[in-house]
Structure formats: C-alpha cells, structure tokens
Design a protein around this ligand. Structure first.
Ligand SMILES: [Mn+2]
Length: 318
C-alpha cells in the first residue's frame, strides 16, 4: 500500500490486500477474514443509495491505515490492549450485481459468501441494503447459527408491496427457510414495525429487544444468555444507531443507540460467540454528512472483529 496514507493508493477494506473475485487458499491454519462488497439496494422501497455503501465503507476504512499498517493489529486504548482481527484478510471486491435482476444478484451474493465459507474464512459483507442478508445466510449454510441482528427494524414482514424479497423481510425469510436457529433482534423501534411482525418473530422463538430495552441492559442480558461459543452471524443495520449520529441511511428512526452502547454490545457478542460471518448494511452515502456514517460503520466492524481477542487484565467495557 502507499505508505499507509488513507488518501493514497487503491482503497480496500482496512487496506487488506485485494484479491478480486477469489479467496486465495490459506497457507496456514488461522483466522481469515474476507471482505465482500454487495452494492445492491433494489430491495429498498424508500430511499435508495446503499449501493454506494461498499465503496464508501472501503474509502472511510482507509482512515484506520494510520492506526494499523496491516489492517489487522490495532491498539484499543479503552481496553488497554492490542486487538488482532485475524491472521490474514483479503478484500475480494464487489459481487457482480445485475441491475433489475434480483435472482441473479442474490445468486452472486450467495456464491461469494459461500466461497469465503468454503475457504474456511469469515465473510465480512459490506452492504447494500438489508435484503442482502437472505442470500448471505444462504451462502453461509450454517442452519445452527444464531443471527444477532442490530436494527431499528424487525424486517420480519411476510412481504412488502407484494414482494417477499425486499429489505423488510429477510429475517423472517431466513428463519423460516431454516437458515438460522434463532434471531436476537436488538435495538428495534419506530412506527414502521408492524404488530404482526413482532408477533410472528416472537412466535418463532426469537428475542426482540427495543432500543429502550437495550439502554436498560436487556440486550446485554440476551447476549449473555447464549451458551459460550454459540455460532453466530452478526448483522448490523446502521440504522440501529441514532440518526443524529448516523444520518447516512435509508430509513432513519429517532431514538437509536449511541456508539458507546452499541460498541459494548458488539464486544459482548464477539466475546461470547463463535463468529461465522457478519454484515454491515444500509449505509447510504448520498444521505451521509461528512462521511460520518461510513466512518462509524467501519469502526463498528472493527469493534466486532476485534472483540474475539481475549479480554485484557485491565479491560473496562461500559
Ligand atoms: Mn433497518
């Protein structure tokens, strides 16, 4: 890379080496991460723009080149320790989206996530709107995994304007396709969540915690109720964060989480679970202000991926 300067060179996620389209065979055992862009936002019936998310997240993530030469080793001052994201990481670029052909676009996302998984790597999916969750979980192929979803929205509708494949339905689809064993839905709020979606989710055995509930400690308790080592896929819809903090998104909902609270929950998930894959969705650069949402999005992934590092002796997590 170009001397570690964030504004120079070719932007990849956290400066990880590019390997367009393929995951190179691992030379040794260890944790391997693979960033995959899914520039797809045709699942949104409201404000599009998250198709520009992967490029924005990559560019914003380059800021962290100052902190880490290889994009894998960071010093976490609050935890007073070095965190190591992985032994190795690649950015395989973006999947080939075919405009106006959802089936082909979903198949491409599924194949890319599946290829990362088959290579023994942890896919880190950069969305894209929330509809990409469904093909991602299909590609992951881990029906025993718990999905830990941070979102303002349940995304548990049966269909939206007649379509079952939009960004308001993927968690229900995933659960009922048997792509996961349970969903923890954390940070939920706002009038867009229908009573039927809530009832269906809870009837399916999922756990729903509102944003206010997160502030009362209910989300942390739900995470800590998972058996240690639970296989998990973590889905972060950036709209779980308050829109005053993360304005660049398609469905802003007032009353969201602040960054310190969300960080503490991501650290808890990372410490508790066996992370099989993760995604950061709904960052919409056309609605962003001064790149703050993309910068936050990259930091959330860094927090999550660094959380599996065992806690240090002086660790204090709020
Ligand atoms: Mn949402």
């Amino acid at each position: 890379m170009s001397g570690g300067l964030p504004f120079a060179g070719i932007a990849t996620f956290l400066g990880w080496p590019a390997s367009p389209g393929t995951v190179p065979p691992a030379e040794a055992d260890g944790r391997v991460l693979v960033a995959i862009g899914a520039p797809y936002d045709e699942g949104t019936p409201y404000r599009p723009g998250s198709r520009f998310g992967p490029a924005s997240l990559r560019q914003a993530s380059m800021r962290l080149r100052f902190a880490s030469a290889d994009g894998l080793h960071f010093f976490d001052l609050e935890r007073r320790r070095e965190v190591v994201l992985a032994d190795l990481a690649w950015d395989v670029g973006d999947v080939e989206i075919r405009p106006a052909d959802q089936a082909a676009s979903f198949a491409a996302i599924e194949a890319a996530v599946g290829a990362a998984r088959a290579a023994g790597a942890i896919p880190v999916l950069l969305g894209g709107d929330n509809s990409v969750t469904l093909p991602s979980l299909r590609g992951l192929g881990a029906p025993g995994a718990v999905v830990v979803q941070f979102d303002a929205h349940l995304d548990y509708g049966e269909s939206y304007f007649g379509s079952p494949d939009g960004n308001s339905t993927p968690l229900r689809r995933s659960r009922r396709e048997g792509l996961c064993s349970q969903v923890l839905q954390l940070g939920i709020r706002g009038y867009d969540n229908a009573a039927a979606s809530l009832a269906d989710s809870e009837a399916d055995g999922n756990v729903v915690v509102t944003a206010a509930g997160c502030r009362r400690g209910e989300a942390l308790r739900a995470i800590e109720a998972l058996p240690p080592g639970t296989p998990a896929y973590v889905s972060v819809d950036i709209d779980v964060v308050d829109p005053a903090v993360a304005p660049g998104t398609g469905y802003p909902e007032p009353g969201g989480l602040d960054y310190p609270l969300l960080r503490s929950l991501l650290l808890a998930v990372g410490a508790r679970c066996d992370l099989l894959g993760c995604e950061l969705v709904e960052v919409s650069p056309p609605h962003d202000a001064n790149e703050v949402t993309a910068l936050l999005g990259t930091q959330l992934l860094l927090d999550l991926l660094g959380a599996a590092t065992p806690p240090g002796p002086k660790e204090e997590v709020r």
